[in-house]
Design a protein around this ligand. Structure first.
Ligand code: NAD
Ligand code: UFG
Length: 339
């Protein structure tokens, strides 16, 4: 079975490719490498001893997407490609809407034309905005989203719902990720942010290895267990497995139009708890200081993980210690990422 993976060379895409190949799927990758390196796909091939058919293609290029569908019989698409930096999206919103929203519309138009209507989409917990916790799939979305990036995810979800209303052959799984961290246990693939990381885990690991001086912990006066923000961290390999389960459900025709699932552990860890888990896993001290709150951060959110368990049979298996161990192995083996 041929699965087109957009954004395959990226952090979550590469881990999902491993899972797909190990489970007998054939992978066709589409990526423009704007935030990744083709080397990650070579490493995926090394890990799995299988090969990937690779296309360097931008989702803004409709002819490029059509060519891939003309040259291959695609059974389903897992769609990761998009820009994801929250802060950057506030500075260059048009670029985000063009890449993420128009790119997805282009992809879906080609899919419809070629008769491939099974899609798994990378959404985000950010669509819930400032709702109560835990976040449940039935909550209203799109209300207090704090960035253009988050709004692209909300808009794409709405567009995909419209697609399913217009044509009942569409089977779509919207996967709302919580905070993916960790790396493949081989230490060969992992998160490789360009420049100074925005997210907590890559920042911590670069401090631990001595690349960055110290971590700023944004805020120590939130109404949480220890004053720092609480998030629902999920190991990227668990997340990758969630995609396979969603895909299987689409293949079995169990999916009714559009379905949405939280992919999270269902519990939260504070920034300080993550730091101490990382120190334990790495044996290193993570230098840190308290800094003012970061604009747009919510104090605490985590998933209600029941729906994914009931319909996909998905539960996380890898805890915070394993997330830190695997991140550290990746960081030590690849101090300069894929460079
Ligand atoms: P990533 O940046 O590592 O991977 C995205 C990939 O898409 C990259 O390889 C990039 O080169 C490619 N890409 C970007 N724009 C493209 C375009 N126009 N055409 C073709 N390729 C393009 O990001 P990731 O962490 O692997 O995230 C994957 C998806 O999951 C994204 O859609 C992201 O928004 C979503 N997501 C990520 C997180 C997270 O914390 N990592 C959380 C929630 C949702
Ligand atoms: N943090 C620090 N110092 C840092 C980086 C982060 O203290 O240098 C804190 C943040 O304040 C936050 C926590 O660590 O409390 C996690 O921050 P991340 O940036 O790693 O993750 P976020 O929860 O802010 O972002 C995630 C996803 C986005 C998504 C967003 C909103 O990465 O894709 O949730 O749902 F848009």
């Amino acid at each position: 079975m041929n699965i087109l993976v957009t954004g395959a060379a990226g952090y979550i895409g590469s881990h999902t490719c491993v899972e797909l190949l190990n489970n007998g799927y054939d992978v066709i990758s589409l990526d423009n490498y704007s935030n990744s390196s083709p080397k990650s796909l070579e490493r995926v091939e090394e890990i799995t001893s299988k090969s990937i058919k690779k296309y360097e293609c931008d989702l803004r290029d409709v002819e490029g997407i059509e060519k891939i569908f003309e040259e291959n019989k695609i059974d389903a698409v897992i769609h990761f490609a998009g820009l994801k930096a929250v802060g950057e999206s506030c500075k260059i919103p048009f670029t985000y809407y063009e890449n993420n929203v128009s790119g997805t519309v282009n992809l879906c138009q080609v899919m419809a034309k070629m008769g491939c209507k099974k899609l798994v989409f990378s959404s985000s917990a950010t669509v819930y905005g400032g709702n109560d916790i835990p976040y449940v799939e039935t909550f209203k979305t799109g209300v207090e989203i704090s960035s253009p990036y988050g709004r692209t995810k909300f808009m794409i979800e709405e567009i995909l719902k419209d697609a399913a209303v217009s044509d009942n052959e569409w089977k779509i799984s919207l996967l709302r990720y919580f905070n993916p961290i960790g790396a493949h246990p081989s230490g060969k693939i992992g998160e490789d942010p360009r420049g100074i990381p925005n997210n907590l885990m890559p920042y911590i690991s670069q401090v631990a290895i001595g690349k960055l001086k110290e971590l700023s912990v944004f805020g120590d006066d939130y109404e949480t267990k220890d004053g720092t923000c609480v998030r629902d961290y999920i190991h990227v390999c668990d997340l990758a497995r969630g995609h396979l389960l969603a895909l299987e459900r689409l293949q079995k025709d169990e999916c009714e139009g559009v379905e949405m699932y939280n992919l999270g552990a269902g519990k939260g860890y504070s920034v300080l708890e993550v730091i101490s888990a990382f120190e334990k896993a790495s044996g290193k001290t993570v230098n840190r200081k308290f800094a003012p709150r970061r604009e747009g951060d919510l104090p605490e959110f985590y998933a209600d993980a029941k729906k994914a368990k009931e319909y996909l049979g998905f539960e996380t298996e890898l805890g915070i210690d394993k997330m830190c161990e695997d991140t550290w192995r990746w960081q030590q083996n690849n101090p300069k990422g894929y460079e």
